[in-house]
Write a protein that binds this ligand. Sequence first.
Ligand SMILES: NC(=O)c1ccc[n+]([C@@H]2O[C@H](COP(=O)([O-])OP(=O)(O)OC[C@H]3O[C@@H](n4cnc5c(N)ncnc54)[C@H](O)[C@@H]3O)[C@@H](O)[C@H]2O)c1
Length: 273
Amino acid sequence: MLSGKRLLITGVLTDDSIAWHTARVAQEQGADIVLTGFGRGLSLTRRSAKRLPNEADVYELDINDPAHMDALVAQLDDRWGGIDGALHAIAFAPNDALGGEFLDTPAESAGTAFLTSAFSYKTLAVGLRPLMLKAGGGALVALDFDNSSAWPAYDWMGVSKSALQSVNRYLAQYLGADNIRANLVSAGPLGTIAAKSIPGFVQFENLWQIRAPLGWDPRDPEPVAKMACVLLSDFAASTSGEIVHVDGGFHAVAAGDTEGLLAVASAVEGDED
Ligand SMILES: NC(=O)c1ccc[n+]([C@@H]2O[C@H](COP(=O)([O-])OP(=O)(O)OC[C@H]3O[C@@H](n4cnc5c(N)ncnc54)[C@H](O)[C@@H]3O)[C@@H](O)[C@H]2O)c1
């Protein structure tokens, strides 16, 4: 499906990272891959790169550092002379922007969450655009968590995900004429380092057990990785500005099945006794 595609995969930290699984599936589907790593996590990224089916090179990228972006583009230009696609798997929010501090979060922390988790998708797109133009077009994919309703604790990261959805639509608008597509995969909860940094995130996993009609395994990023690869491939050639949910069907139902509701009710009754 990705034979001959030259892909940049950001956001690999461990081999639990959604990006690591996307890189793995993409290699299995014939893609040539490079990874980026960030800050103190760079050595972890290098270690994870060795565990891929084919060891991948790792370039440094702090998405908020313009010098890093310029250097990365120059390295990719030297290496490939063009690029066919990229995965944006980058998010960060300071502690005081998460975990129930919503009303007290300072503007600076909310701004950091927005800059790193949403605006950065535009940064990546604009940086890679000249290389995608050389390839005759390209595909951008970023990772969303559905924030169409407010969540407990997700707070300014949730607001940043809503912004990411909007950034995705504007990228589709402004880059369509260059034959560059922009899409999101909206994933259910997965037990990665980023997820574990969100207080109470484990409760999301419990909710998914009750509500997702297809069921959901928070230890298995492969379904999300596979959809990211579909969107990076020519199978999605006329799809842009889209959000594809890979969440076991969670987003489509209000309350799960009767059995799940009864289980919640009896747990609540148990707590009251
Ligand atoms: N895990 C989940 O439940 C879940 C669900 C939906 C969406 N997502 C999204 O998936 C994406 C990947 O997260 P993950 O869950 O695989 O966790 P992860 O911790 O493995 O990945 C997060 C990545 O963001 C990178 N990063 C943070 N700040 C950066 C910066 N300034 N420059 C460059 N990179 C930076 C980190 O180095 C790390 O590789 C994130 O956008 C996350 O919000 C995760």
